[in-house]
Design a protein around this ligand. Sequence first.
Ligand SMILES: Nc1nc2c(c(=O)[nH]1)N[C@H]1C(S)=C(S)[C@@H](COP(=O)(O)O)O[C@H]1N2
Ligand SMILES: [Mo]
Length: 306
Amino acid sequence: MNIIKRRGWEISESKVTPEALFFNRRKVLGGLAAVPFMGSAQAAVNAKFADAGRAVTPEEQNTTYNNFYEFGTSKSISDAAQALVSSPWNIAIDGLVEKPITLSFDDNIRKMQKEDRIYRHRCVEAWAMVVPWTGFALKDLIALAKPKPEAKYVRFETFNDPKMAPGQQAGLFSSFPWPYVEGLSMAEAMNDLAFVATGAYGKDLPKSMGAPLRIHLPWKYGFKSIKSIVKISFVAEKPMNFWQAIASNEYGFWANVNPEVPHPRWSQASEEVLGTGERMPTKLFNGYGEFVADLYKGMEKDPIFF
Ligand SMILES: Nc1nc2c(c(=O)[nH]1)N[C@H]1C(S)=C(S)[C@@H](COP(=O)(O)O)O[C@H]1N2
Ligand SMILES: [Mo]
């Protein structure tokens, strides 16, 4: 991690200790350059960007407290998620593209130029965490896909395999509209912050967190950050996403974080920071407005915070 090249949306290392130091120490052991402490001038520059900085959520907590409804509706799905066969893995790319293609995780995705990013994550249920990801910008994957100009939205789909994922078996009293689907506008998908994660805590992505690849969109509620993606389609119309299909009065398409727009059943003004016992005020766009607010100019009439 090179602190000199830190971009504005990255969280200052001074605010992500002690996990980040642990993380850096791992890199030192792994032979990679690491700068565990910064000089005071650099610290002052970084502090400017670090007002929403928080400690990285402990790895043990992050990998065992999850939302992954394919494996059950509780937060304790990490054991069940071990049934996920995450290799070999293909990602189909279709819709409004020059040529539909299938990418192999091992042959194509593993070869992408990777970087580390530390992002805050805000679930719509009002809990939050900080995740040290490894991966690449979503726009790099879109460049491979070569969408046509008519493509206005990107639709993502998770696997659908009830034998592997018990949550996908038809329930006695209710059933979900599988597979899990999410969507973004092209402008959102091309934004620098939109990230494809293939690793966390310096390791391959754990199954419970959406192996072998998932999206992370730190300015949106967590349900937008779809896991274990098998298909990416370029489309002309706004896709219907999983949670909107279940409860359109509670969850929308845009789902940008906003403390002033309550969920119909609870406030979004503050959030529980996992692993700390603390409640913190929630920030507009989860504190990333400087980098994403422009995406929504002129859309004030749209339900962009829902
Ligand atoms: N396929 C799929 N993706 C998903 C979900 C899910 O149930 N299935 N849950 C979402 C929600 S609500 C959140 S908060 C995050 C949780 O990610 P984590 O378990 O890695 O913290 O994943 C999102 N992506
Ligand atoms: Mo969530």
